[in-house]
Design a protein around this ligand. Sequence first.
Ligand code: UTP
Length: 294
Amino acid sequence: SAASDVYKRQVIPAAGLGTRVLPATKSMPKEMYPIVDKPAIQYIVEEAVNSGITDILIITNRGKNIIEDYFDRSPELEGRLLEDKKEEFYNQVVSVSKLANIFFLRQKETKGLGHAVNCARSFISGEPFAVLYGDDVIIGEDPACGQLIRAYEKYGKAVVGIKEVAKENIHKYSSLKVEHLDGTYYSCTDMVEKPKTEADVLSYFSILGRCVLTPDIFDLLDKTAPGAGGEIQLTDAMRVLAQTVGMIGVDFTGKRYDIGNKLGILEATVELALKHPELKDDFRAYIKNLASEL
Ligand code: UTP
């Protein structure tokens, strides 16, 4: 699943306001929420690294400095851990700062996901690139981002990660017009953002958390007027790509957790704790006991 030479750059937009998880997100970025013992964004960076990506641009904003500190070295802490012979912790702490070449850029105004992606134009310098949404954690054997990269390499078109969502939830997501191609691959030729009525629904496949974009997205974003919520919507620019050159949808394997809402944070915490080598036995016993009382 290694990325080809021209294809090593990736963007993580993490500059949203996170209003669905207020009041906590008032001073704590949702991307930094610990899912058991790692912040959400670390799972995302690890997925990118496991997909062959070496250079990651994280889009932040005011109040998200702790994301930068997290991926930096921490000499005082490292010194203390060594002194106290806590080598395992020392190794964990140091390895976070060595995961990848991580760059930061501030989105100066919260004008939407499309606007955040457009901030990355000069970093991307004319190559295709992956976007991993900072609040979507995907856990699986085969990294989701790598699955999208393989589809890009096969078809040479922009790729979106897709999953079927429940009928009653489609109004919260995008709805894609898709045709099955092969295995997990679909062609996507149109989309509707947050369909209001049943008649607007093109399918129950929606874009979830990952895409590989071609650099022509930037000119499209320049021309995109503010849409829903007064924000520049990435899906508005993607729709033009879908309708003109077409896009590829990958029904990726792996489980996706939406860290942007409270229930998603809890699901990720419980399910990853049940897999955690150190915690799983105790936590399983606790959950079983608790469940029997409900
Ligand atoms: P969301 O749609 O979840 O928006 O963004 P949000 O503002 O973070 O959350 P709510 O809806 O207020 O609860 C999807 C991704 O795009 C990023 C977010 O950080 C998240 O990773 N984003 C969103 C930006 O980087 N900039 C923006 O202006 C908006």
